[in-house]
Design a binder for this molecule. Structure first.
Ligand code: ADP
Length: 172
């Protein structure tokens, strides 16, 4: 069981599943969502259409099509509205539900982007702490997932996730 932090482009990661910080329509958007749809090809949008959207904090799975990843797990994280609108719980749900869905589909390796800290405005340090806690707790419930990687797009994000990982201590 391992949790890793790297800097990179999640569309190039060869994990069994990569997670998409989607919006509730599941019909594509900007940021990492746009990058994933571009790299996967138009079949991804065609696979998302019949799913009928996804509620914030829930997760849905599709094939990865042209991506090196076998699956894409789509989860809309919360939009930051000041912190007292259930954002932390919803972000925790996004990570745990994505991990559970990966596990139910037999995935061993899963890669996450920094959900909600782009356009959705979730403060980075707080988001990293929620993400790290959710993933380490969620991993204990998994039967097949053994390896989770946070793929950070910039150095500031990578540093925040490294700090959050270090705070867990040497056991993880
Ligand atoms: P949200 O709407 O959930 O905030 P964004 O896509 O706006 O989602 O941002 C989430 C994070 O994903 C940000 O840290 C952004 O820099 C990062 N990101 C953007 N493109 C990529 C990519 N290709 N690989 C990994 N992370 C990415």
């Amino acid at each position: 069981m391992a949790v890793n932090v790297i800097m990179g482009d999640i569309t190039r990661v060869k994990a069994d599943a990569i997670v998409n910080a989607a919006n509730t329509s599941l019909l594509g958007g900007g940021g990492v969502d746009g990058a994933i749809h571009r790299a996967a090809g138009p079949e991804l949008l065609a696979a998302c259409r019949p799913l009928g959207g996804c509620r914030t904090g829930e997760a849905k799975i599709t094939p990865g099509f042209k991506l090196p990843a076998r699956y894409v797990i789509h989860t809309p994280g919360p939009i930051w509205r000041g912190g007292d609108r259930g954002e932390a719980q919803l972000l925790d749900n996004s990570y745990r539900n994505s991990l559970r869905l990966a596990d139910e589909n037999g995935c061993e390796t899963v890669a996450f982007p920094s959900i909600s800290t782009g356009v959705y405005g979730y403060p980075l340090e707080q988001a990293a702490a929620v993400a790290m806690n959710a993933v380490t707790c969620g991993l204990r419930e998994c039967r097949s997932v053994r390896d989770v990687t946070f793929v950070c797009f910039d150095a500031r994000t990578e540093a925040a996730y490294r700090r959050a990982l270090a705070r867990l201590g040497p056991a993880e």
